[in-house]
Design a protein around this ligand. Structure first.
Ligand code: E4P
Length: 217
């Protein structure tokens, strides 16, 4: 399973990329607004650090505007993935990007029917938003299960990118349900390393090791 970081924060990306466990990056307009930095510069900086896919979202609502913006974003680096909203215009743009060899991440997916259309349009990635479905009382993870079944039924190549991840449990559930990737906020990514029994066990081992008075080197 590929693990992406859901952030435009270059310092956080560098820190976690040093683990060798970060396969790609996603961003969105809200995260860019929160970062308060120039969008194009930030995407360039991220692509200089990360070799894997880096999603950068278009802001236009119409197909022609999305194509213009997407081509510009794709020109920043070969690993830019153009993020396109799951709308009728967005899927027409997705089909054109696919014909041009530009990778796409179709975002704001909340139903299996939407995911089916995105795959037929040639999306490289589909982003079902798990946490936002949970927020409105649905079971977000069921969407991953449905999309996995549909994509497997028809051998679609579109990769399922579990998004709107809020907890480490979301990551493991997405993996169990067969998501190809998950995009994870940095605090949740850091939480993946941890378990209270690991910490307790390590404290005990280190205390006992100190009693031996030995050193390994
Ligand atoms: C995915 O590409 C989105 O950037 C992100 O996962 C949205 O998460 P949120 O619902 O926590 O804002």
């Amino acid at each position: 399973m590929q693990l992406f970081l859901d952030t435009p924060d270059v310092a956080l990306i560098k820190d976690l990329a040093a683990t060798g466990l970060v396969d790609g990056i996603t961003t969105n307009p809200s995260l860019i607004a929160k970062a308060g930095r120039n969008f194009l510069e930030v995407i360039g900086e991220i692509c200089a650090v990360i070799d894997g896919p880096v999603s950068a979202e278009v802001a236009a609502m119409d197909t022609a505007g999305m194509l213009d913006e997407g081509r510009k974003l794709a020109s920043i680096a070969p690993n830019v993935v153009v993020k396109v909203p799951l709308t009728r215009d967005g899927l027409i743009a997705t089909r054109e990007f696919a014909a041009e060899g530009i990778a796409t991440n179709v975002t704001l997916c909340f139903s299996a029917a939407q995911a089916l259309l995105a795959a037929k349009a040639g999306a490289s990635y589909i982003s079902p938003f798990i946490g936002r479905l949970d927020d409105v009382g649905a079971e977000g993870m069921d969407l991953i299960v449905e999309i996995r079944a549909i994509y497997d039924n028809y051998d679609f190549d579109t990769e399922i990118l579990a998004a709107s991840i809020r907890t480490p449990g979301h990551v493991t559930q997405a993996a169990l349900c067969g998501a190809d990737c998950a995009t994870i906020p940095p605090d949740v990514f850091n939480a993946l390393f941890k378990h209270p029994l690991t910490e307790r066990g390590l404290d005990q081992f280190m205390a006992d090791w100190a009693k031996t008075g030995q050193s390994i080197l």
